[in-house]
Design a protein around this ligand. Sequence first.
Ligand SMILES: Cc1cc2nc3c(=O)[nH]c(=O)nc-3n(C[C@H](O)[C@H](O)[C@H](O)COP(=O)(O)OP(=O)(O)OC[C@H]3O[C@@H](n4cnc5c(N)ncnc54)[C@H](O)[C@@H]3O)c2cc1C
Length: 467
Amino acid sequence: MDRRLFLKGSAAGAILALAPGKLYSAGPGRASFSGDFSKAAPLAGRYHVVVCGGGPAGFIAAIAAARKGAKVAIIERYGFFGGMATMGYVAPISEFAFAGERVIGGIPWEFVQRLEAMGGAYVEWPKGNVDFDIELYKLCAQRMVLEAGVDIYMHSSLIGCEMEHDIVRRVIIENKNGLESLSGGIFIDATGDGDLAWMAGVPMQPNPDGELQPSSFCFVLSGVDTDSALLRRYMYHSGKKGSSQCTPVREKLLELKQKGADLPDFGGPWFNSVMHKGSVAVNITRGAADSTDNRDFTGNECRLREDIFKFTDALRRNFPEFRECYVASIAPQAGIRESRRILGMHTVTADEYVAGVKYPDSVSRGAHQIDMHASKGSGQVLIKLQQAAYMPYSAMIAGDFPNIIVAGRCISADRKALASLRVQASCMGMGQAAGVAAARCLEEVRAVQDIDVDALVDDLVKMGVIL
Ligand SMILES: Cc1cc2nc3c(=O)[nH]c(=O)nc-3n(C[C@H](O)[C@H](O)[C@H](O)COP(=O)(O)OP(=O)(O)OC[C@H]3O[C@@H](n4cnc5c(N)ncnc54)[C@H](O)[C@@H]3O)c2cc1C
């Protein structure tokens, strides 16, 4: 029997020391191991569905699969759900509606309504952008996941997987208990970076020129005059007032840069409501880095942390609305716009996406314009959608891997299509589809490639998905 264990980086060393066996190469940064590793990473639980990553795609996927009757585990390396929303301070949740009509429904929309009822969300029409309170977001997501009966493994990093041919048998996690493993029938990769798919050997989208959209380290500024005309005009993103980036601040900062001020490249800036008087989440910093390379990403975060204070100082000095402002909190990590994406059975192209091509296996929607940030400088390319876009199930699975489904930012899409479908409402929609598809695989006892897609679509529509 061909049983292999794929491990990320240094974790390989830990397991190999405990369970010596035969080591052979499986590409850069990955080690593959054969032997008895059950003692090194004891089984912590057996599940029908294991979801890796608790961001917008992951926590919704876990709820969806559990509500369909599956026994579900979710693995998250931080101590809370929400991914970029809560670990990256990325706001608002974009976009639930196209031309004033809501196109994303079911559990994602239920989440927004519950958060709204808790006083933690404000929906801006006609785009259906959702401002939110970061801490209430975490609480609401946690409640819904626990209510669905999902077992949660927080503070746990996915570091490896045990493969039998192309089937994932177990995932290996690392937390304060040491190394543990979870077995499962279907595994959903919602890590944003496609960590599980990559460890399992799923082919990834080529990126010949190495270009990536930049990362941005977001932060909360307090002491801001949020009642001022400037902030009231630019803090909300309904689309009713044109551009959401704060043009007066942008122009002034560009002018200062031109005059030689020590200001780094920046994006926007965008000042986003966190639903509290005096505070805004700021998206302004920009740094090109590969989030799947630890040293590159760490170096980038260190530079951007410096930049946060440079920009705060410039805001204080040049704008009365920011005179009293201070950095109240920096996100736990820099935000990632682009990294690994699988090479799936179908790759969504920007042409298909912008035209709103409807696939026979459409399972989710997208409403945000294509929003491509330049890796260097302050540029950004925006392309409007002709109609709300569709995401096919075949972009969430790879040909040769019978029990892996991918949801969220790491699905199979070209760079331009990604620049729209990466937004949170779309990722939640994909998560919902992945969770229901996983439950269907188990019900039908079929591989992810072989399930009855019409039945999947029926299930989704019954849950309120708008296809
Ligand atoms: C600066 C910036 C601005 C943006 N602006 C907007 C915007 O205005 N509106 C909008 O809707 N979207 C915006 N986005 C996009 C959006 O936030 C993300 O694309 C979206 O959150 C992706 O969702 P996801 O669930 O696929 O991944 P993520 O949100 O990245 O979630 C992945 C989760 O998996 C966990 N994880 C990852 N690896 C592991 C591992 N090995 N082990 C355990 N856990 C792991 C992470 O901790 C995280 O919780 C922006 C993104 C950035 C970076």
